[in-house]
Design a protein around this ligand. Sequence first.
Ligand SMILES: [Cu+2]
Length: 190
Amino acid sequence: MKTTLIAALGLAVLATGAAHAEGQMTHQMKQGEMSATVPAEARFELGALVIENPFSRASLPNQPVGGGFFTVTNTGTEDDRLIAASVAPEMADHMEIHEMAMDGQVMKMRELADGLPIAAGETVQLKPGGYHLMLMGLKQPLVEGETVAVTLTFEKAGSIEVPLAIGAPNAKGGMGHGSAHGQGQMKHGG
Ligand SMILES: [Cu+2]
């Protein structure tokens, strides 16, 4: 299985505002808005699949599990399925593929025993509050600014190792785009 790895580092061209260099600059830097440790956009191709922006969240002390999130698009004509994820044994016991579902009034997660279908032509998002990977039995903390390599295995496309960029404990993804107010809590569904 041939794996093409494209790390689109999204090198933002810094447009230097020379035109208004005379004016007094008012810097309104919001603390924590732009973290130099947040990795830029990442894109990986595996057969017909395009995997974008894999990320995780820094773990809190004694947190037993960690999340894994990414966007995957099936550009092919054949349905595929995420069937497994794995991580180095020194990082966690094992990984599972989870979904979130309402159980009465309570949002609960459960393992997708048959994996996560990635239908032809579809984009599936693994994100906080939705489908996600879960590192079970964390053996060391997930540290913001670092990455953790996970191997994703798809039924048809095969396997690929991608680095999960570890963001803040409340990271929502889409990091590196400077979205200012991405701190909203999960909305409570009806
Ligand atoms: Cu979970």
